[in-house]
Every structure is written in structure tokens, then in C-alpha cells.
Write a protein that binds this ligand. Structure first.
Ligand SMILES: [Zn+2]
Length: 217
């Protein structure tokens, strides 16, 4: 899907010359899929965004035992197998690199508004909070029963955690919900490299947002 650009009015002619387009409906500049996003770096706000997820984004849904009340609670993570992350090239210049293995994104400190609003409506217990373990604030899961913060370190970095599955039975617990959006989505978060990333989607459930909403009724 196209990527939105943050083009100031004074840059509009340069952006157009480079191949950016204007979206009338959303009043934003954008580039289509086949353009190299590194040619448009100056119009991507890297102070906010460290990962660009190609639309559609997935929300991975799982359950986890709350460390505080021991009840099972729903936990989510933004996930994708098609995204760009910031890195440095051989000249130490900042550059966007494409990744195409499944990744779960942990400790997001920024999620673009449109996606943040959608997540917030469906999963109100996923919200910005201060984690004492991480000594920082990020979008974190909270227990459906007692409200305790379910830290991403436990969910993403502990082997067998909700978003660090190691066994087929653990893959099968995961549901990926596809979130359609007109544009790609920027977030600031850590991404994962899992050696079993290719296997997980073969066993996990994958459903559309509509199917998920139907199931909940
Ligand atoms: Zn709890």
C-alpha cells in the first residue's frame, strides 16, 4: 500500500518531481509501493517512526497468565511480515531496510493515530503506561481482570512467552487479525528476529477484522 509523506508546503514541487502524489481525500502526499522509500527519507519523520509496516498490519492475539492475579488475560502485539526498519548502510548513513520475515513489535512508544485509534477501540487494555521494569512508557497490555501491566519483556523475550512461541502447540494459540488501511503504518518499536518466523503462520489462525468482530458478538 502507499506510504504517506510529511511534505512541507515549500517542498511540494521537489516531492512531486521525485514522484510523490497528492491524495485529495486525506490531503496528504504519498508514494506508491514501487518507489524506493530511501529516495523520500527527508519526508519521513524519523524522530517519531523507526518502523514502517506495509499495509495491511496484523494484530497478533494470544492469552497469557497474569503474573499478579493468575487469571488468563488477552494480550496483543502488532505484527507484520513485510516492513521497513531504520538501520545504517556501509557508509554509516541512516537508511530504511526491508524485512520480510514475521516480526512481533515490542515496546511501541509511538503508533500512528489511525491504527492507535482502531486498537484502542477493540483492545482498550492495550495502552500507554509506565513500566518499572523497562523504566519507560510504552504501549503495553493490561490484565482484563485486575488491570496489572503485562510487560513486553515477559511476553516477547521469555522463551514460550505469548509472542515468543517455540512449540507447534504455542503457534496454534496465536490468531492474526488483519487490519486493512489505505496507507502503510509508522510506529516506533523494537522488532523481533525469530528463527521459526516462517513456521508460525502455518499453524496460527489468520482472520480478517470483520471475522474477528463477528466472533466477538
Ligand atoms: Zn490480573
Amino acid at each position: 500500500m502507499p506510504l504517506k509523506l510529511n511534505v512541507p508546503y515549500s517542498d511540494k514541487d521537489v516531492a512531486k518531481l521525485k514522484g510523490a502524489f497528492w491524495d485529495l481525500e486525506q490531503k496528504t502526499w504519498f508514494i506508491p509501493d514501487h518507489k524506493d522509500i530511501n529516495d523520500f527519507q527527508q519526508w519521513i519523520d524519523k524522530s517519531k517512526v523507526s518502523v514502517i509496516i506495509k499495509s495491511p498490519v496484523s494484530i497478533a492475539l494470544n492469552s497469557s497468565d497474569c503474573y499478579k492475579c493468575a487469571n488468563k488475560t488477552a494480550v496483543i502485539s502488532i505484527a507484520s511480515n513485510n516492513f521497513y526498519h531504520l538501520g545504517a548502510d556501509e557508509n554509516e548513513d541512516e537508511k530504511w531496510f526491508r524485512a520480510d520475515g514475521l516480526s512481533f513489535f515490542s515496546m511501541p512508544v509511538f503508533i500512528e493515530n489511525e491504527l492507535a485509534d482502531k486498537i484502542n477501540r477493540l483492545f482498550p487494555n492495550y495502552k500507554i503506561a509506565y513500566s518499572k521494569t523497562a523504566e519507560s512508557s510504552y504501549w503495553a497490555n493490561h490484565c482484563d481482570h485486575c488491570g496489572a501491566l503485562q510487560g513486553d519483556f515477559f511476553l516477547h523475550s521469555e522463551p514460550g512467552g505469548a509472542f515468543f512461541p517455540l512449540e507447534i502447540e504455542e503457534y496454534e494459540q496465536l490468531t492474526f487479525i488483519t487490519f486493512p488501511s489505505k496507507f502503510d503504518v509508522g510506529i516506533d518499536a523494537n522488532y523481533s528476529w525469530l528463527s521459526n518466523a516462517d513456521d508460525i503462520p502455518n499453524y496460527a489462525k489468520s482472520i480478517t477484522l470483520e471475522e474477528f468482530l463477528d466472533q466477538r458478538e
